[in-house]
Ligand binder design. Structure first.
Ligand SMILES: *Cc1c(COP(=O)(O)O)cnc(C)c1O
Length: 446
């Protein structure tokens, strides 16, 4: 496992993150446990802030909160000077609970409900990223009822196929997101929006996918969008002053993943936008990027306790942990690959090879195939790295497992930012129809 962020190994041979011994974290907070490296998160925010906003003042970095959101995370993002992208009423609610500056909130989604739209207008969020013409009408009429104007970006599908898993590709024509550029649908949508009195068109948006390594895909997207901005201005006479190029910058998960630096990414994007602006003789628009995974992904580690070991001689050794697809659905969902190490034996030679199984009742609940490890035994702590993005946020209660706690570590301090769910949490929304009610107290056999 590649040690990232503040990870080290101490004299006991234990993995240390944020100055905290992970074996002690597991003992104190229980497992499974998400450990978030605060310093690493802040470093990533700073790298984005300095590479974009610092180098090009007319740009903005907004954190795609669907990667990982908790109230404390909003606080970190706010302190680092980034904006926040939300895709649901629930994410917006979390941001409002954190008293996040609402002018820095962008609202995405391909099917925002009337209630979500009302909530966002009420909060005076910065921008709605409008996905389709149905939403234009809905937003226009609700804004009218509330006597408000909505500042919008329109999401365009630029027709770019980024090389990534098809479930996380979003820029190709055959996508559920956005208005298609190539067939005129986008231009029709833009003209429609310009005619709606409660919408103020600020700019255009595209997002070509996630876990993308090829910077040419971003360059290509920027070229296509700049050319389109010029076309829109020529055809409508309206200047497009903001260009949101989405997120999706890839991170290291396992051997073979080679992400470029955030700085290189920023340079390529901004040079392309500026070059195209000169070529078309238009003003350089405000450029917005929306990273999610590359802010938090590598900063998160999941700790598990190893339990049963099933050895099938000559075939495979299955090592089961106390979590799995309920806290990390990505391997089952898109064959995502992870690295791990035995946190209490981090200094020992790896002379065995095992496969890490989850505890859910699905054969597909496997976290890692063919992992080199020292001799493992029940009670060992397994640390799976790079689980900061799309793990907690995608976690489920499948098999009625309780969602793990999230702990923020920094300089030897460990602070709980999401408490572990309890069994009582699991049944709190259940309602028992009168006819099933038993006048008995629940007794658990001892
Ligand atoms: C998911 C998403 C992002 C963030 O993607 P990452 O791969 O996490 O950087 C940005 N913008 C939009 C519209 C998204 O849907």
């Amino acid at each position: 496992m590649k040690l990232q962020g503040t990870m080290t190994v101490n004299e006991k041979g234990h993995l240390v993150i944020g100055g905290c011994d992970t074996v002690e974290l597991a003992r104190e907070f229980g497992t499974p446990l998400y450990v978030m490296d605060e310093e690493f998160i802040r470093q990533n925010c700073k790298a984005y802030y300095e590479s974009f906003t610092g180098a090009y003042p007319n740009s903005e970095v907004i954190y795609a909160s669907k990667a990982f959101l908790a109230i404390a995370m909003c606080n970190i993002i706010e302190e680092e000077g980034l904006g926040l992208d939300v895709v649901s009423g629930g994410e917006l609610y979390t941001a409002l609970k954190a008293k996040f500056p609402t002018g820095r909130i962008y609202f995405h989604g391909n099917n925002k409900s009337p209630e979500e739209i009302r909530m966002a207008l009420e909060a005076n969020i910065g921008r709605f990223v409008v996905d389709n013409t149905y939403e234009m009408d809905l937003l226009n009429s609700i804004a009218g009822e509330m006597n408000k104007k909505a500042n919008i970006l329109i999401r365009i599908t630029p027709g770019i196929e980024a090389h990534t898993h098809e479930y996380i590709q979003t820029g190709q024509i055959d996508s559920k997101f956005g208005l298609v550029l190539s067939n005129g649908q986008a231009m029709e949508g833009i003209k429609k929006a310009l005619g709606l009195e409660n919408l103020i068109l600020k700019g255009l948006h595209c997002h070509i996918g996630s876990q993308i390594f090829e910077l040419q895909s971003y360059q290509h997207a920027a070229e296509v969008m700049m050319e389109y901005i010029q076309k829109v201005t020529a055809e409508t006479g309206v200047e497009i002053t903001e260009l949101n190029l989405g997120g999706g910058f890839g991170i290291y998960y396992s051997a073979g993943d080679r992400p470029a630096s955030i700085k290189t990414y920023a340079t390529i994007v901004m040079e392309t936008v500026q070059r195209k602006a000169r070529e078309f003789n238009i003003n350089v628009p405000k450029v917005i990027v929306e990273p999610g995974r590359s802010i938090v992904g590598a900063a998160g580690t999941t700790l598990y306790t190893i339990g049963s070991v099933k050895d099938i001689p000559g075939v495979r050794k299955y090592v089961a942990v106390d979590g799995g697809m309920a806290d990390n659905p990505r391997p089952a969902l898109y064959q995502a690959r992870y690295e791990a190490l035995v946190a209490n034996k981090a200094d020992q030679p790896k002379n065995d090879e095992v496969s890490i199984a989850g505890k859910c009742c699905e054969s597909g609940d496997m976290l890692i195939w063919d992992l080199a490890v020292p001799e493992v035994e029940p009670g060992d702590i397994l640390a799976v790295s790079c689980t900061g993005a799309y793990n907690y946020s995608m976690a489920s209660n499948y098999n009625r497992l309780t969602k793990p706690a999230v702990v923020l570590v920094n300089r030897g301090n460990a602070e709980l930012i999401v408490r572990r769910e309890t069994y009582e949490d699991l049944v709190q929304n259940d309602i028992v129809p009168e006819r099933f009610k038993k006048n008995k107290k629940l007794t658990i056999a001892k």
